[in-house]
Design a protein around this ligand. Sequence first.
Ligand code: NAD
Ligand code: UGA
Length: 458
Amino acid sequence: MRQTFTKVVIIGTGYVGLTTGVCLAYLGNQVACVDSNAAVIRQLRQGEVPVAEPGIAALMQQNPANLYFTTALAEVLNGSDIVIIAVGTPAKPNGATDMSYLEAVAREIGAHLTDGKKQLIVNKSTVPVGSARRVKTIIDYMLLERGIDCEYSVAANPEFLQEGAAVFNTLYPDRIVVGAEDEAAVGLLHQLYSPVLNQTFTPPAHLPRPRNYQLPAFITTNPASAELIKYASNAFLATKISFINEIAGLAEKVGADIKEVALGVGLDTRVGRRYLEAGIGWGGSCFGKDLKSIINDAGQYGYSMNVLQAALEANTRQRYVVIEKLQQELKVIRGSIIGILGLAFKPGTADLRDAPSVDIIAKLLELGARVKVYDPLAMPAFQEQHGELEVEYCQDVLTLSKNCDALILVTEWSEFSAVPWETAGAGMRRRVFIDGRNLFDARTLQIHGFAYHGIGRS
Ligand code: NAD
Ligand code: UGA
């Protein structure tokens, strides 16, 4: 482990802030995590992790002396070396990014910064191009008002972690991107990340270093490029999925199989195999909001992002493909009983932000179906956040399938592969299976008498 340490303040202890804080503490830095939500800080002080992210709890216990949790930024701001901002940047109804949390943080920094040692403010939230400069403008204005002349700089350091693999992605990233205007900022962040860049830390027992892991790239750019790299990355991944979903639609018409097509295309190393899984489309907290944000920002410059707009629209349409398939089988959906397998936007999480399940269930209810649901993690969250959708919650797949006319698989939880489908099918009124994630081969269900429909598979 490294001998030198950096005093880091993290503002916002959600998925990104908490993961970053806990990992930096594990790497030997002194980390103060600040969140304006007092309940979250109370939980963290008791050693409880408020986000459903595997691996954080285990890491938190390893170096507790390096971690401090507080609601008071003023208490920890001055004297720190690096301040990392990781607050939410949700989409407004018109698609623009809601900058209010980030701006509030900038104002708070400006209100409390003193003229002590030079500090580096780092923005890790996903933000429109120009936000690093916006943060600096706000802080400068506050300092001017207070009559304080303070040396500090603002850098962009976007985050690429995936929910469910946040700690893994932080310790073993593909790249670290730093957008800064001064050499000192780049040097400080390079030093902060050096255990990860050189993989000199001892891996946690529960997260060994992957065998073929290659050292991450350290990319330095100006702040605008760093901010755009983040949006472009999410936009590319979302577009790649929309692309394969569109090809899947054609595959069905021409008698091709999308799994074979995706393999054949993805084996070209210029394309790559990942993010070519066809299905009901992408969801989650970021792809949708980031696509809308980049489209909106471009619009403000009079520039239209035609490809990204199409990727967004294709994704919305894709969610209803399973309902078209259902209608082909049942003809009339009104009066039918439909079982939904999985609610979360992807397996391994209870997160329902922009989850396709919500749109699919709302449509089924609108069409007059009765809807039963099962998800191993996300049912309490669904009940809390979407109580207006009247569904029947089931404790397992066998209870779910009872009396159903059809099942729609929305989230590819691995436990669905172990379901005794013969038994499940025996309790159903009709055996129709719409596999929205291509989890199964048709034969697996057909041998138990199901009419099976995947996505892009004839
Ligand atoms: P989150 O909503 O889980 O957490 C944000 C936290 O910030 C909350 O706990 C909130 O209480 C706190 N906060 C808000 N205003 C504050 C203030 N003024 N002072 C202190 N704390 C404040 O958000 P997240 O998922 O961690 O995302 C944070 C940012 O990172 C977003 O811009 C997001 O787009 C980006 N991002 C998220 C992911 C992901 O997988 N979740 C991945 C990469 C990037
Ligand atoms: C995504 C990105 O993968 C992260 O790099 C990024 O940091 C993050 O957004 C963010 O900015 O918040 P995440 O939202 O956790 O991470 O979700 P992913 O695992 O990427 O999956 C997104 C959606 O795409 C899921 O609904 C998943 O089911 C779907 N997907 C994924 C497909 O439909 N097909 C695929 O081949 C891959």
